[in-house]
Design a protein around this ligand. Structure first.
Ligand SMILES: [Zn+2]
Length: 381
């Protein structure tokens, strides 16, 4: 049986799931080019989908597009471009980039701008439940003091929460709030921002409510796996949990929470603000999809790591050996078993890659042909 590390339980737990696994992964805010950190996250979840299917599950995979939030609206203003056009352009680039790494399209890619009525309904529901409050100026906040357990998901103390909330786009200093950590569910739009009518005045939703509504619209009140980068644990996923469970009065909102590590460059996390980005598209100009993909999967999805050109060249050389060996007809059931043992152990793709390296060294072409596609490698150039 497969075990996965659940962030909420802080332990490895057996994945008990029905035939269909309902998976929601936080997608991008489409306002700028996607970098290697994004590629790592989405290749990891694409590989999880492939492996679950290999085990006989059907996966319903939903990955949203955050097309209404502060970042994209600010960028659209800078470029003097309609935010929907900016989103369309960047989503197309993002999807092309992932397709070039052998990632398949999710079953659904909902956009925040397309689920506004459901978001309004969720905000109304939270107000009715007494865990949210509306201010006279059109802002609606989630009341973290009214919902027990805020902070339990991330395990952060108040000071850490306060700091991360401020760093990641929260408004701890805003006036009128009951608690600095209360987060926006609805807010008035600036004059040049998109705006929708609501009982609290014209405006737009907050980021966190967008995701929990899209997840529940597509997958129901309880989903099997919710994923995203580890930078989303707080406040994004903490907020998603507390608002979804307050609204439906059903817990858990998601049975598993999976978080991917960050990709850095020379010990510094890649980020747009630091400008130290490596793009998967640049690597693809020099290396084939199989090589880049094997390079990404040689890192465990939960660990943070640094980009290394030498490791990438090694991955390309290894893929060449896999292809040469794939023509053989030998089989190595023991290595197939090692592959499955690794993948069952919290999606240990580095272990799975090692098993296939051994299969290549042993000339076990049949084993390679059967299992490389489970990692999303085609073995064809
Ligand atoms: Zn999200």
């Amino acid at each position: 049986m497969m075990r996965l590390f659940d962030t909420r339980a802080r332990s490895l737990e057996p994945l008990v799931a029905g035939r269909t696994v309902r998976l929601y992964v936080c997608g991008i805010t489409p306002y700028d080019s996607t970098h290697l950190g994004h590629a790592f996250t989405y290749v990891a979840f694409d590989t999880l989908v492939r492996y679950l299917e290999h085990l006989g599950h059907r996966v319903r995979y939903v990955r949203n597009v955050t097309d209404v939030d502060d970042d994209i609206l600010r960028k659209a203003r800078e470029l003097d471009l309609d935010y929907t056009l900016l989103a369309a352009r960047e989503v197309a680039r993002f999807e092309d980039g992932l397709a070039a790494l052998g990632c398949r399209q999710p079953d659904a890619s909902p956009r925040a701008s397309q689920v506004i009525p459901a978001i309004r309904q969720a905000v109304s529901g939270l107000l009715e439940r007494g865990v949210a409050y509306a201010l006279d100026d059109g802002r609606v906040y989630f009341d973290v003091g009214a919902a027990p357990g805020f902070g339990a998901f991330s395990g952060l103390d108040r000071e850490q929460m306060h700091r991360q909330f401020a760093e990641k786009g929260g408004d701890p200093e805003a006036t009128g709030k009951r608690d600095p950590l209360d987060f926006l569910l609805w807010q008035p739009s600036a004059d040049d921002e998109p705006s929708w009518d609501s009982p609290w005045g014209p405006g737009r939703p907050g980021w966190h409510i967008e995701c929990s509504v899209m997840a529940q619209e597509e997958l129901g009140a309880t989903i099997d796996i919710h994923g995203g980068g580890s930078d989303l644990v707080f406040p994004h996923h903490e907020a998603e949990v507390v608002q979804a469970e307050s609204l439906t009065r059903q817990a858990p909102f998601s049975r598993f929470w999976l978080h991917t590590g960050m990709v850095g460059l020379e010990d510094v996390k890649m980020s747009k603000s630091l400008g130290n980005l490596v793009f998967a598209s640049d690597l693809r100009e020099r290396y084939e999809a199989d090589a880049v993909r094997r390079y990404l999967l040689s890192h465990h999805y939960r660990r943070s790591w640094d980009h290394d050109e030498g490791d990438l060249a090694d991955a390309a050389a290894a893929v060449k050996r896999w292809r040469e060996a794939a023509g053989n007809d030998d089989e190595r059931p023991d290595l197939a078993e090692a592959f499955h043992a690794a993948m069952n152990d919290d999606l240990d793709t580095p272990g799975a890659v090692r098993a296939l390296d051994e299969a290549a060294a042993a000339g076990a072409g049949r084993t390679l042909r059967a299992l490389a596609p489970v990692l999303g490698l085609s073995l064809t150039s």
